[in-house]
Design a protein around this ligand. Structure first.
Ligand code: FES
Length: 116
C-alpha cells in the first residue's frame, strides 16, 4: 500500500495550478485534479514547476514537452533546439506510450487534497 501525502487545501488548487507533493506533481487541468510522477521523461525536469496549456496538458518547465495528464503520455516532444532533432519528438512520444508518467490517485478529505 502506497503512502498518503497531504497536498493542501483544495481551494488553493485552482485551475492551472501545479505543485509538488512527494514524488508527484499534482495539479488542476480544466477543473479536474490530476497526479503524475514529477520527473520529465526527457531530462528529468521537475514537472511540479510546470504549467497547464490551453488543451489541459501539463507543460514541462524546461523544454516545453507536453503531457496528457490522464494517460501520462507525452503529447508534444521537447521544443527549442530539441525540436530540430529528427525523430526526437516521435521517439519520446513512443517511449511514453510504453513508459508513461506514473499516475497516482487524488482524494479530497475535509477540504484538503491527499494523494497516494
Ligand atoms: S526536461 Fe522536460 S522537455 Fe526537456
Amino acid at each position: 500500500m502506497s503512502e498518503e501525502i497531504e497536498v493542501g487545501p483544495r481551494a488553493e488548487l485552482g485551475a492551472g495550478v501545479v505543485r509538488g507533493a512527494g514524488r508527484y506533481a499534482v495539479g488542476n487541468a480544466d477543473g479536474e485534479l490530476f497526479v503524475v510522477t514529477r520527473r520529465c521523461r526527457h531530462l528529468r525536469a521537475d514537472l511540479a514547476n510546470g504549467s497547464i496549456d490551453d488543451e489541459g496538458c501539463l507543460v514541462c518547465p524546461w523544454h516545453g514537452a507536453t503531457y496528457d495528464v490522464a494517460t501520462g503520455r507525452m503529447r508534444r516532444g521537447p521544443q527549442g533546439v530539441f525540436a530540430k532533432v529528427p525523430g526526437l519528438d516521435a521517439g519520446y512520444r513512443l517511449l511514453t506510450r510504453v513508459v508513461p508518467l506514473g499516475r497516482g490517485t487524488v482524494n479530497e478529505r475535509e477540504g484538503n487534497v491527499v494523494v497516494r
